[in-house]
Design a protein around this ligand. Structure first.
Ligand SMILES: C[S@@+](CC[C@H](N)C(=O)[O-])C[C@H]1O[C@@H](n2cnc3c(N)ncnc32)[C@H](O)[C@@H]1O
Length: 279
C-alpha cells in the first residue's frame, strides 16, 4: 500500500492527460521517431495512466516495464491496460497489448525506488518516464537518479510535477494561509527523505543539465472547471486535510475554508524532457 488509491488515480486521469504539455510531447515523439522497438520504464506507474498517454507518441513496437512499490496498483494496472487496449494477451510474466497499429509488451516490477534504485530501474531502457511522482522525492534522490540515468544513457520524460501554484474559485481569505501550510506538508518525507515538493522540477533541471543532458520544461497546469466537479471536491478536501495536519491553520479557519463549494481550480505542474548527450 502506498497511500494512493486506484479510485483517486482514476479520478485524475482525464485531467492529467489534458494538462500534459503538448510542445514537450511533440519533442519526445520527434526524438524517438523511427526507433523500433523503444524500451521504456515507467516509475511509480500507479494504474498505468502514463503508458496510456505516452504510448501513442512512440513507435509501432514498444517494450514497457511498469514499476511501483504498491502491488495492488500493479494489479489494477493490468486490468486498466487490458480494458484500454483493442486486444490483449496475458501470459504469466508479460502482457501484450494491441492498440491501433501498435504492439506494446508490458512487464510489471514491484520495487521500491527509494530503497533500491538500480533494481527498480533495471539494466537499461531508451526512455525512463514518470507521471505525478517527482514532487514526492527528495533533492538527494534526484541527484542519485540523474546519475543513474546518465550511466544508462537513457532519455527522461516526466509529467505533472506539482509546482506550488494553487488557485481556487471562489477565493477565500484564508487561501494563502492554507497554501503555505499545504506547501509545508508537501515537503514532508514521502519515503525518500524530505520531499522536494514544489522545488522538484528545478532540481531535476539542474541535475540533468549538470549530467550533460539537454533539458526542456513546459507548463502542465490543471485548469479545472464545472466539468471536473468531482475532482475539484476531492482536491479541496485533500488540500484542507493536508493543511490541517500541519497544525499551522486553526480549526475555525479550516472549517470556514471547507464551507465553500469550489467551482474552478488551477493547480500548477511542470513537465520535463531531458535528452542525453549524443554519442
Ligand atoms: C501520484 S501517484 C501517480 C501514479 C501514476 N504515475 C499516475 O500518473 O497516475 C504516485 C505513484 O508513485 C508510487 N510510489 C510512491 N513511492 C514509491 C516508491 N518508493 N517506489 C515506487 N513507487 C512509488 C505510488 O505507489 C503511486 O502509484
Amino acid at each position: 500500500m502506498s497511500g494512493f488509491s486506484a479510485g483517486w488515480l482514476d479520478l485524475r486521469e482525464a485531467a492529467d492527460h489534458r494538462a500534459r504539455n503538448k510542445k514537450l510531447a511533440h519533442a519526445l515523439a520527434r526524438h524517438f521517431d523511427g526507433w523500433r522497438p523503444v524500451t521504456v520504464v515507467d516509475l511509480g506507474c500507479g494504474t498505468g495512466s502514463n503508458l496510456r498517454a505516452t504510448a501513442p507518441l512512440l513507435g509501432p513496437e514498444q517494450h514497457w516495464t511498469l514499476v511501483d512499490v504498491d502491488a495492488a496498483l500493479l494489479g489494477a494496472a493490468v486490468e486498466r491496460l487490458t480494458a484500454w487496449a483493442d486486444g490483449a494477451d496475458r501470459q504469466t510474466e508479460k502482457l501484450t497489448l494491441f492498440k491501433g497499429a501498435k504492439r506494446i509488451t508490458v512487464e510489471f516490477r514491484a520495487a521500491d525506488l527509494a530503497r533500491d534504485l538500480d533494481a527498480a530501474l533495471g539494466a537499461n531502457a531508451n526512455l525512463m518516464t514518470a507521471s505525478a511522482l517527482f514532487d514526492l522525492v527528495s533533492a538527494a534522490f534526484i541527484s542519485r537518479f540523474a546519475a543513474a540515468l546518465a550511466a544508462r544513457k537513457s532519455a527522461f520524460y516526466t509529467v505533472l510535477t506539482y509546482d506550488g501554484d494553487q488557485r481556487w474559485t471562489p477565493e477565500h481569505e484564508a487561501d494563502t494561509a492554507l497554501l503555505e501550510a499545504f506547501s509545508a506538508h508537501q515537503k514532508r518525507d514521502k519515503g525518500f527523505g524530505p520531499a522536494a515538493g514544489p522545488d522538484a522540477a528545478d532540481a531535476l533541471s539542474e541535475a540533468f543539465s549538470a549530467a550533460g543532458y539537454s533539458v526542456e520544461e513546459g507548463d502542465s497546469a490543471w485548469r479545472l472547471d464545472t466539468e471536473d466537479a468531482a475532482l475539484i471536491a476531492d482536491l479541496a478536501t485533500g488540500f484542507a486535510d493536508a493543511a490541517g495536519a500541519t497544525g499551522l491553520v486553526d480549526v475555525a479557519t479550516l472549517a470556514s475554508w471547507r464551507g465553500i463549494t469550489r467551482t474552478a481550480a488551477v493547480v500548477g505542474h511542470t513537465d520535463t524532457l531531458a535528452l542525453p548527450p549524443k554519442g
